[in-house]
Design a protein around this ligand. Structure first.
Ligand SMILES: *Cc1c(COP(=O)(O)O)cnc(C)c1O
Length: 403
C-alpha cells in the first residue's frame, strides 16, 4: 500500500507488526514509540531538532529572542483580550493550578471545586492541601457539568472562587465554560479554569468566559514536552491577589507577573524547552494557523468517534454534545477487564505505539460498580489524520483478538 505518514516519524511501514525504531546514545537504548496517550505527546521532528539549539542566559538579551515570540504567540493562540497577561511557571499544569489557589483564594473564603473527573478532583486536593476551605461538587464520570446543579451549589455554599476543568482528560468531556463562568460571575464569584489538555487544540473561549485565571501546560495539545505551567491572568485576578496573604514565593502570581512584564520567568527556565517552544509556537501560529489547527483536532475527534461507532459493543464514554476534540475515552464491552486493556497496551507497543489503557483510578471505580473499563485515545498535538487512521486500524486488530 506504500502510504507515507508524515516526515517526522520513524520508519514505520504499513505492515501490522513493525519493529519500532530504537535510538541509542552512549549506553542508553530508547524505543521511539508513537504516543497516543494523553500527554506527553509526540514531538514533530522540527521540535526534536530545536532541542539542539543553543542554550542561553535567561537574564541576557538573547533570552528575548525566545521569550518575546513565546509571549506574543501564547496570547494569539489564546485569542486573549487586552486585559490578560500571561505567565510561565517552572513546573507543569499542576504547579500553575496550585499557584492559582495560593494567590487567589483568601483564608476566610470558600472555594468550590467543580469536578467531572480525576483532574477536577485534583483541583480540590490542591485546595485542601493548601489549607483552603474547599467544597467539592462532582458529577458522574462521563457527564459534563450540569448548570442547574452548579447554580444550586453556588447558592448553598456562596463560594468566593469556583474552579472548573475545561477538558477532563480522564473521561474525554469538554465542559461549556462560557455558560458555567456566566453563572459563577452572576453570583459575584471568581472563576479559575484548568484548560491543561485543551489549549493548543481548540479555541479556549477566553474572551467569552473571562475566567480570572486560565491554566494550561506545554506537554498536551501544544505538542511539546513538560516543563512550564502557563497562566492567563486578568486584571480582576491581579487586583484580588494583592489582598491574599501567604501566596508563597514560587506560587505567587504577582511575582511571576513582574518578571513576565520583561518577558522573563521568576526562576531559571528550561532553556531547551524554551527553544523548542519558540519554534513550535511560531509553527502553530504562522505555518499551520489557528483555524486549521482547531479544525484538524475536531476532525480527529470525529474520525475517532466514527471508528468507535463501527466497533461492536464499544461506546464513546463522554456525554454526547460534550466530546473533547483532543481526547476520546472509549468504554469496552461488558466482560472486558482492566487486565485485557493492559495486554492491549503491550501488544500495541510491539506495533510501535503507546496505547492508553484508561485512567487507573476511574477504571477501578467502574469495575467496582460492575461496569467495564475505558481506554483513551489522545488525538492532541500534531497528530495527522493518516497517523490516527493507521493507529486505529492496528488497534482494531488487537481489540478483535480479545473476542
Ligand atoms: C494533565 C492534566 C493536568 C496536570 O497537568 P501536569 O502538566 O501534568 O501537571 C491537569 N489538568 C488536566 C485537565 C490535565 O489533562
Amino acid at each position: 500500500m506504500g502510504m507515507k505518514y508524515g516526515s517526522g516519524w520513524a520508519n514505520h511501514s504499513t505492515q501490522s507488526n513493525v519493529i519500532p525504531r530504537r535510538i541509542s546514545m552512549t549506553t542508553f537504548d530508547f524505543t521511539d514509540l508513537q504516543l497516543f496517550i494523553t500527554g506527553p505527546t509526540q514531538l514533530r521532528s522540527e521540535v526534536r531538532q530545536a532541542g539542539t539549539l543553543p542554550e542561553f542566559g535567561h537574564r541576557d538579551s538573547e533570552s528575548i529572542k525566545r521569550f518575546g515570540p513565546i509571549w506574543s504567540h501564547l496570547k494569539t493562540l489564546a485569542e486573549a483580550p487586552k486585559d490578560y497577561e500571561v505567565i510561565l511557571i517552572n513546573g507543569s499544569g499542576t504547579t500553575a493550578m496550585e499557584a492559582s489557589i495560593r494567590s487567589l483564594v483568601a483564608e476566610d473564603e470558600t472555594v468550590l471545586n467543580v469536578s467531572v473527573g480525576a483532574f477536577g478532583d485534583l483541583y480540590h486536593t490542591i485546595a485542601k492541601a493548601n489549607g483552603k476551605r474547599a467544597h467539592l461538587l462532582s458529577f458522574r464520570p462521563g457527564q459534563a457539568i450540569d448548570l442547574g446543579r452548579l447554580k444550586q451549589t453556588i447558592a448553598e455554599f456562596k463560594p468566593a472562587v469556583v474552579t472548573l476543568t475545561h477538558n477532563e482528560t480522564s473521561t474525554g468531556v469538554k465542559n461549556d465554560i462560557v455558560s458555567a463562568c456566566a453563572l459563577i460571575h452572576d453570583s459575584g464569584a471568581m472563576a479559575l479554569v484548568d484548560g491543561v489538555s485543551l489549549f493548543g487544540g481548540a479555541n479556549i473561549d477566553l474572551a467569552q468566559a473571562k475566567p480570572a485565571m486560565y491554566i494550561t501546560s506545554t506537554q498536551k495539545s501544544l505538542g511539546l514536552t513538560a516543563g512550564f505551567g502557563i497562566g492567563f491572568i486578568n486584571s480582576q485576578a491581579i487586583e484580588k491577589a494583592q489582598s491574599v496573604k501567604n501566596r508563597g514565593y514560587t506560587s505567587d502570581i504577582l511575582a511571576h507577573l513582574k518578571l513576565a512584564a520583561k518577558n522573563q520567568t521568576l526562576s531559571t527556565p528550561n532553556t531547551t524547552l524554551a527553544n523548542q517552544m519558540a519554534v513550535q509556537l511560531e509553527y502553530i501560529v504562522r505555518t499551520e494557523g489557528l483555524s486549521a489547527r482547531f479544525a484538524r483536532h475536531q476532525a480527529l475527534r470525529d474520525q475517532t468517534l466514527a471508528w468507535v461507532d463501527q466497533l461492536k459493543n464499544y461506546t464513546a464514554f463522554a456525554q454526547d454534545g460534550y466530546r473533547s476534540p483532543t481526547v476520546t475515552a472509549v468504554q469496552a464491552p461488558q466482560g472486558k477487564t482492566i487486565g485485557d486493556l493492559k495486554a492491549i497496551k503491550e501488544a500495541m507497543r510491539q506495533r510501535g505505539f503507546l496505547f492508553d489503557p484508561g485512567y487507573g483510578k476511574l477504571n477501578q471505580t467502574l469495575v467496582d460498580n460492575n461496569q467495564p473499563p475505558i481506554f483513551r485515545i489522545g488525538h492532541m498535538g500534531d497528530i495527522s489524520s493518516k497517523q490516527l487512521e493507521r493507529y486505529l486500524h492496528e488497534l482494531a486488530i488487537e481489540l478483535q483478538r480479545l473476542e
